[in-house]
Design a protein around this ligand. Structure first.
Ligand code: HT7
Ligand code: ZN
Length: 879
């Protein structure tokens, strides 16, 4: 396989001005005709036109109406090359191809899902539809004619506006669509099938009426109300916060059950994984409702950040994804609780992105190279990319950031641009000095920032000394310092913020008069000294997680308990609890490994106990604050990860907390039951989150009284959030109750594939010993299907996310995954390569586990016909 490098980027030799596509959809084959107006970038150039194509049968090629003979072009593995072209002026190129959507299990290009036709072109799926310059800097205006059997496919959709439709002989019909905006081919979309729509309208702030349609099979239509609510909320929010108005008169969303990712922002025809559209109180949890809100927002926001302004090349992916994730995070914050959303986003970064940044697949927010672009739709590009965007906002403030965004659109509307262009817009709109900020785009690895504090009572000064170190990553043995914004506040002994007056740094004095300030750390080592500080303060550092770094401080446990109790920055209150929990759990892991008896620090119990009973706090915040760091986070801190010890310790701490706080936990369950109809709003979600977290703690005690309590909650539940939480609480403990309740749940929900996926996930992630055998059995369950990505993510992905069983010392978990990856790769390489990623950190474990995991990676590498997707992940993991 060939590696592609950012440094090799060159402009295309030919541009495409207009593209007229015509699809004749059929059961056995589909004929795709394209007519493209091509113009050379340099008039008179002798360059050949090289088109990408994959799994296509070429029927004919014409240039200016003249049919080319076989010798007039070359057709090789994945390219069609036309050497002699009328390069003085623009010319018309016509290509007919034949494709086989019903055989397409890769779910990229044109494929069938539940009998309907749909497309997925990002990143490089358009080349599976027709020969094309499949790269995002080719932006053209499209029309698309879709023709199909009228009974089987009554609905025919594509991008833009519907121009005409009508019947065609042989029981067929057609629709002609025209998109007035230039777009790259990855935003092309087509849907044909038996679908019905929920219809609504949105009036833009300039008074245009936009027709909104959400398409699903008829039986799912009642479950689209929340998606429609989310879409309208997103449209309004983007106008209010960014002044961005929707630019067409129609916005379609189609829900399909077979989809590799969450959703796709095709121009005016978003295609969604149905789990991110369909929801009802009985069949979706609060987490599903929140995810739908966020993803509907995300795809809608792409209309400006991604579609109107797109990426020059795929290395710039974070230009649109980091920015759009940032925008969807802000949207969800404004619709719910800002602190809770920030905690959730930071947790996601720590649990998934930090490990990626420390492993063999570590790459910068803007990668330098790839073999298969699909492998770079990563938490680094998305979530770390969003943190990079957030740092601009932290540095510039809300208004300055908005000025930067406005300038970005003023400069680049309908262009394909780079991360530097975004940076330049932010800088120029604000006359800002961003020092070495661009390093965030080019260096992989999570910076480690050490902070040492000292108080001088005589001088009344408080000093913070920072040092930063970015660990080596593949291909980047040494790193330069980067620009780290540190938002800081200082607490006095009563727990109040001190009003800061001035800070000395590098020979300059900055006057401040607020309770927190931003320190601009740009060097390897740097000191900041606050003056006029009358007592030793407790510093609250990196408020709101102001930079995506690992922080090591000299704060004592007492300081951390103090911050947990008093910090005015709620995020840092949560953070203090997490730091304490991580330290404490790590010490217990060491005790466990030395066979010492385990004992929980009573101050920790007390600290969490007071959070638990603080009625002034948001209930969801409390739920987050009493949730322990995940096993992965603790393993991440160890020289050699020990899944068994970490699992045992986390279980011990949970049980101990449950036992010490059971009276308070029980009160919480009793006082927070759902009494009325399901409402999706923050107070109700927060109440359910707290009640269900408390219930899970109590059920972990395995006390029959609490099992009875959970069983009762299960039976009485009036919505899936409560019912599923009770099921999860009960299924922590192996035995007959667990088996019966799981069977009961399946019987109840067997006809709803999205709920059944949750049932798979609950079982696959279970820590009950030897769970691999249960998961293997579930592979043969009639509801399981290896061709459906959601089912694979639930059953196989879920299993790999459960450390004790996946990393079972006998290698059974590794063998299970190895065999599946080889099988899956033949059907869907994108999904297979996501699964193989579970092996990527094999070197973090002990020798026995290393040997077993490596053997599986080698077995995968030797498989016949291995995809480039899996090859890239497996080979980089082994390197
Ligand atoms: N921009 C979309 C990316 C996407 C994708 C990428 C590779 C393979 C399949 C895919 N489906 C969707 C999703 C988004 O970030 O909005
Ligand atoms: Zn996106």
């Amino acid at each position: 396989p060939k590696e592609i490098f950012l440094k090799d980027y060159t402009k295309p030799d030919f541009y495409f001005e207009t593209v007229d596509l015509s699809f004749s959809l059929g059961e056995e084959k589909t004929i795709v005709s394209s007519k493209i107006k091509v113009s050379p970038r340099v008039k008179g150039s002798s360059a050949a036109l090289v088109l990408d194509g994959h799994d296509l049968k070429l029927l004919s090629v014409k240039v200016e109406g003249k049919l080319l003979k076989e010798g007039d072009y070359q057709l090789d593995y994945r390219h069609l090359t036309i050497p002699s072209l009328p390069a003085e002026e623009s010319f018309v190129l016509e290509i007919d191809t034949e494709i086989y959507p019903h055989k397409n299990t890769s779910l990229e290009g044109l494929y069938k899902s539940s009998g309907n036709f749909c497309t997925q072109c990002e990143a490089e799926g358009f080349r599976k539809i027709t020969f094309y310059q499949d790269r995002p800097d080719i932006m053209a205006k499209y029309t698309c004619r879709v023709e199909a059997d009228k009974t089987l496919y009554p609905v025919l959709l594509s991008n833009g506006n519907l121009i005409s439709q009508g019947d065609v002989e042989g029981g067929r019909h057609y629709a002609l669509w025209e998109d007035p905006f230039k777009k790259p081919c990855y935003l092309f979309a087509l849907v044909a099938g038996q679908l019905v729509s929920r219809d609504d309208t949105f009036t833009t702030r300039s008074g245009r009426q936009v027709s909104l349609k959400i398409w699903t099979p008829a039986e799912d239509l009642p479950k689209t109300a929340h998606a429609m609510y989310s879409l309208k909320a997103a449209m309004k929010w983007d106008e209010d916060v960014f002044g961005l108005e929707y630019d067409l008169d129609l916005f379609n969303i189609v829900a399909v059950p077979d989809f590799n990712m969450g959703a796709m922002e095709n121009k005016s025809l978003n295609i969604f994984n149905s789990k991110l559209v369909l929801a009802s109180p009985e069949t979706a949890t609060d987490a599903d409702y929140a995810a739908i809100l966020g993803v509907i927002g995300h795809e809608y926001f792409h209309n400006w950040t991604g579609n109107r302004v797109t990426c020059r090349d795929w290395f710039q992916l974070s230009l649109k994804e980091g920015l759009t994730v940032f925008r969807d995070q802000e949207f969800s914050s404004d619709m719910g609780s800002r602190t809770v959303k920030r905690i959730a986003d930071v947790s996601k970064l720590r649990i998934y992105q930090f490990p990626q940044d420390a492993g063999p697949m570590a790459h910068p927010v803007r990668p330098h190279s790839y073999i298969k672009m699909d492998n770079f739709y990563t938490v680094t590009v998305y979530e770390k990319g969003a943190e990079v965007v957030r740092m601009y906002k932290t540095l510039l403030g809300t208004q300055g950031f908005r000025k930067g965004i406005d300038l970005y659109f003023e400069r680049h509307d309908e262009q394909a641009v780079t991360c530097e262009d975004f940076f330049a817009a932010m800088r120029d709109a604000n006359n800002a000095d961003f020092a070495n900020f661009l390093q965030w785009y080019s260096q992989a690895g999570t910076p480690v920032v050490k902070v040492v504090s000292s108080y001088d009572a005589e001088a009344r000064t408080f000093s913070l000394k920072f040092s930063q170190e970015i660990p080596p990553t593949p291909g980047q043995p040494t790193k330069e310092p980067t620009f780290i914004p540190v938002v800081v506040g200082l607490l006095d002994s009563s727990g109040k913020d001190i009003t800061l007056s001035s800070v000395h740094h590098d020979g300059t004095v900055q006057t401040i008069s607020s309770s927190s300030t931003i320190l601009r750390v740009t060097k390897k080592e740097e000191e900041f000294v606050f003056s006029d500080i009358s007592e030793r303060p407790v510093p609250s550092l990196f408020r709101g997680f102001s930079a995506p770094v690992r922080v090591e401080t000299d704060l004592s446990n007492d300081d951390l308990f103090f911050l947990l109790a008093h910090d005015s920055d709620e995020f840092n209150r949560w953070e203090a609890g997490q730091v304490l929990a991580r330290k404490l759990m790590l010490n217990l892991v060491s005790d466990f490994q030395q066979n010492k008896p385990l004992a929980l620090n009573p101050k920790f119990v007390q600290g969490l106990g007071s959070v638990l009973s603080d009625s002034s706090l948001d209930k969801e915040f409390i739920a987050k604050a009493i949730t322990l760091p995940g096993e992965g986070e603790i393993m991440d801190m160890m020289a050699v990860a020990d899944p068994d010890a970490v699992h045992a310790v986390r279980k011990f701490v949970r049980k101990q907390l449950a036992s010490e706080l059971k009276a308070e936990l029980l009160k919480i369950v009793e006082n927070n039951r759902s009494t009325e109809v399901y409402v999706f709003d923050h107070p109700n979600m927060a109440r359910r989150a707290l009640k269900n977290t408390a219930l899970a703690y109590l059920a972990s005690l395995e006390d029959p009284a609490y099992m009875e309590l959970a069983l009762n909650e299960y039976k009485m539940a009036t919505n899936l959030t409560d019912q599923f939480a009770a099921l999860a609480a009960l299924s922590q403990n192996p035995g007959k109750t667990r088996d019966d309740i799981l069977a009961d749940f399946y019987n109840k929900w067997q006809d709803d594939y999205l709920v059944v996926n949750k049932w798979f996930l609950l079982q696959s992630t279970s820590d009950i010993p030897g769970n691999v055998e249960n998961v293997k059995k579930l592979l043969d369950h009639p509801a399981f299907d290896l061709r459906n990505p959601n089912k694979v993510y639930s059953l196989i992905g879920g299993f790999c996310g459960s450390p004790v069983n996946f990393h079972a010392k006998d290698g059974s978990g590794y063998k299970f995954l190895g065999d599946i990856v080889v099988q899956l790769d033949k059907l869907n390489p994108q999904v297979a390569s996501r699964m193989v990623s579970a092996f990527s950190r094999w070197k973090r474990y002990d020798e026995t586990r290393q040997g077993l995991a490596k053997a599986q990676l080698e077995m995968i590498m030797s498989a016949n016909g291995l995809s480039e997707n899996v090859f890239e992940i497996a080979s980089k993991s082994l390197a």
